[in-house]
Design a protein around this ligand. Sequence first.
Ligand code: ARG
Length: 446
Amino acid sequence: MDDRLARFSESISFDHRLYKQDIRGSIAHAKMLCRQSLLSADEFLSIERELRDIESILDRGEMPFRIELEDIHMHIEQTLIDRLGDTGRKLHTARSRNDQISTDLRLWVRESLDAVDGLLKNLQRAFLKRCTMDEGVVVPAYTHMQRAQPVLAAHYWLAYVEKLERDRTRLADCRRRCNVCPLGGAAVAGTSLPIDRHYSAELLEFEDVAANSIDISSDRDFAVESVFVLTMISQHLSGWAEEWILWSTTEFGFIKLPHAFCTGSSIMPQKVNPDTLELTRGKSARVVGNLQTLLVLIKGLPLAYNRDLQEDKPPLFDSFDTVIACLELAIPIVEQSELQPQIISARLDQGYLDATALMETLIARGMPQRTAHHKVGALVAIAKSRSVALVDLTDVEIQSIDETLDGSIRTTLGVSGAVRSYKSYGSSGPEQVAHQIQRWTDKLSP
Ligand code: ARG
């Protein structure tokens, strides 16, 4: 092989990360071969012993990588052959690197999905804990980035818990399709040798056995799908990061980020920069890009294995690394940030956050919605012209808009009155939020 091709085609520089999965798959395969009398018991035991020793060498980072051995599969197999000779040469019976890489990758993705799920759960718990920490605090909810209606901070935090829950259900769904055993599909057509694929699958704790050897050789859906799941997670994290960057500005002043996760400026001594959140937002771009890379990679590939598929690993690994790193930082930031209730409440009367609640009071008294909307709009205009809150309008001003109205409409005014008035399922009313906190506490308890 020309040196240039060896350098061009090697994957050991990145697929060495699969060594534990590769060894686990090989031991299961050898055990199955032994049970099927394709290996003797002695041969299996020496293969297993040497593979475990090779694993410990790899654990210690002591295996020299050689590009002429191309990938992790050949490094491990060649080392085995160097040690065991013909016995080592038997391991690859009824197997090809095509089903081998798919097995390794599925094992790796399965484990990594579980790691992500654990972090998502901890992030949900961090938001849930905030619900107690910030009990009773009312914040403005925004639509179009304009102040819309007052809500409980806890309701805000639970919005993130819901998003993360959808991420977890997507992840679980992806895991099911990943958790299917390709081993024994061989190159593309299966094998004439008497293997037992169900036994290999059982040893590797796969839930099912892939049923078509051609599909096995080509399928990377599980990898692409896992990166889509990660892309959605990174979108959620990016939106959250953007929000807390804004909330931590002097202009908002809603939240104080923990200094351990902020940086300073070399020239402006007063600065506390939210770099972790900015990078979380920025790194979501990589994950989106990785998804794009994988989709384009598989686009137009004919059946079955094509070497293009080797290129799936860098974007796959990078997506998991990136999202795991972001989640590991998001958890302490959510736990340790401090909401600033005084600053928030001092400005809560600005923006007529109680206008919708007032409108609903009028509707409850029998006024058609469009009419009530119009009348409250007129009241807001009067209040705005005098730079006062709705609660400060005089009886005369109220009656100038509608003589059937009087001062009694003031009872639902003010943000706390508005928050108390929400009753519908999933709303920000105190009873509804308490119900949701209880539901999540039950769901997320260990
Ligand atoms: N390094 C390869 C990959 O990641 C392993 C499979 C190679 N198979 C082959 N027939 N050359 O896709």
